[in-house]
Design a protein around this ligand. Structure first.
Ligand SMILES: Cc1cc2nc3c(=O)[nH]c(=O)nc-3n(C[C@H](O)[C@H](O)[C@H](O)COP(=O)(O)OP(=O)(O)OC[C@H]3O[C@@H](n4cnc5c(N)ncnc54)[C@H](O)[C@@H]3O)c2cc1C
Length: 435
């Protein structure tokens, strides 16, 4: 029996095309379940027959991590994209994992509620629909406003999931205060689709601020440390503190503020005045209305994000992308080390999570040297370095250990994987330790 017929009894299935390959690994079929039940039926068959399954939202971050060892089935979540519930009084919403974040934003806007993740992938991914809720959770990616509201992990209060053997489970609840039981939602956030298929997510919402302002500052490199220290300690409650540096260029620091109209403008003005003092940034400071700046700043954060790179040529053409973290006081030093090795750095100086990139043409030996130097710096500064994405030649020179760096809880993670997915059905080889 063909694979299409075998799986076709569970849900809609089509033969895979070249564009469905995952990080250069060709797929055999694409399955599109429309519910948790169909997902369950599909995974039962896959685990019984030893078929490898890779979950795909809009495919914008599908190459992150190690390439999967094999891909029989790409499980697309687009058939599960409905808003299940928006509970106005509780500031909570439940939606299918395939829900595009842009659409969710639109649906919540009527009540002036929002899920505080920034639309960094807007206009990208499959059909330019941006990232999906499930994909954002599976990669635990929050944007600049994570400083105010916490990472996406803290906004997820419930999930419905399907384990590799087809078991459907639910964890957490729709009400924020429900913390009974083991927090599967937190475990799945950032698991890169290796533990279970998320089919539905319940998230905590925030009221939309009535006004937002952004203070942008160009900072000469020797003043970055005092400027960041001043901003981290600021009483003006910024909701985002981002830094962008390129080799040989002054740093660009952007501070986001939100709240009531009068107070936000006032705080932005005060902050600009403080930064303009001669001991900090001097006259290199400018206050800019966010409408004019947001898109540009954000594009820096996700270099080339959202392009589904499946053809051989596209797979070869991508920058090396690292996640680098450090304690807040270590950010200026980290930026300097990155700069010395030709890396462009962007990210949250307010929470210590940044992205560093090297252009796609950088010779492999230089990339490896840069990764080693930056990893040594982040380790010294209380953080870590992960190679999220890289051209195939670089990936081929890295193994799981050099991709993810030292992982203190690896033995525990091995046991969790063995319990959730003993047959290694889900994205085998993608995650830390080759899980
Ligand atoms: C620093 C940074 C911050 C970002 N912040 C934001 C943000 O605030 N808002 C935003 O819109 N985007 C943000 N992005 C981009 C965004 O997070 C990604 O585009 C998004 O996570 C990918 O969604 P996708 O649907 O394209 O997932 P895909 O690329 O299809 O999948 C990503 C990973 O998740 C797995 N996966 C996908 N769906 C599921 C599921 N249902 N169950 C289990 N595993 C699954 C996949 O197998 C894969 O490992 C950010 C990116 C960066 C680098």
């Amino acid at each position: 029996m063909t694979l299409e017929r075998l799986l076709g009894a569970a849900c809609a299935v089509r033969p895979a095309a070249e564009a469905d390959a995952v990080d250069g690994v060709p797929a055999r079929v694409v399955a599109r379940p429309a519910s948790a039940q169909e997902t369950s039926a599909l995974l039962q068959v896959c685990s019984t027959h030893g078929l490898a399954v890779v979950v795909r939202g809009h495919g914008s971050k599908l190459a992150w991590g190690r390439p999967p060892e094999r891909v029989d089935v790409v499980l697309e979540t687009g058939g599960m994209a409905q808003l299940v519930e928006h509970s106005h009084g509780d500031l909570v919403a439940t939606a299918g994992a395939g829900m595009p974040l842009t659409r969710l934003r639109h649906l919540l806007a009527g009540a002036r509620h929002e899920l505080v993740v920034d639309d960094l992938a807007v206009g990208r991914g499959t059909d330019a629909a941006g990232s999906t809720l499930g994909g954002a959770v599976a990669t635990n990616l929050s944007g600049p406003r994570r400083l105010r509201s916490g990472p996406l992990r803290d906004l997820v209060i419930g999930v419905r999931l399907v384990l590799a053997d087809g078991t459907v489970a639910r964890a957490g609840g729709k009400v924020v205060k429900n913390v009974a039981g083991y927090d599967l939602g937190k475990l799945l956030t950032g698991s890169f689709g290796t533990l279970a298929v998320i089919t539905e997510v319940t998230v905590r919402l925030h009221p939309e601020p009535l006004e937002v302002r952004q203070v942008l500052v160009r900072v000469p490199r020797d003043r970055l440390a005092p400027v960041l220290a001043h901003l981290v300690d600021s009483q003006l409650a910024p909701h985002a503190l981002e830094v962008h540096t390129e080799p040989g260029v002054d740093a660009l620091v952007s501070v986001g503020l939100g709240g009531g109209p009068g107070s936000t403008r006032h705080r932005a003005g005060r902050l600009a005045a403080e930064l303009a003092s001669p001991t900090l940034a001097g006259d290199a400071v400018a206050v800019v209305d966010p409408e004019h700046t947001t898109a540009r700043e954000i594009r820096h954060v996700v270099p080339d994000a959202g392009r589904a790179r499946s053809t051989e040529q596209e797979v070869a053409l991508r920058p090396t992308l690292l996640t680098v973290t450090a304690r807040l006081s270590g950010i200026p030093e980290l930026v300097q080390v990155a700069d010395d090795h030709g890396l462009t750095v962007t990210g949250s100086a307010g929470v210590g999570v940044l992205r560093a990139t090297l252009p796609e043409q950088t010779p492999v030996t230089e990339v490896l040297e840069a990764v080693t130097a930056v990893r040594a710096a982040t380790t010294r500064l209380g953080g870590s370095t992960v190679v999220l994405d890289a051209p195939p030649a670089v990936k081929a020179s890295l193994d799981a250990a050099s991709t993810w760096g030292p992982v203190p809880g690896l033995e525990l993670m091995r046991r969790v994987k063995a319990q959730f997915d003993p047959g290694r059905t889900l994205a085998p080889g993608r995650f830390v330790g080759g899980l």
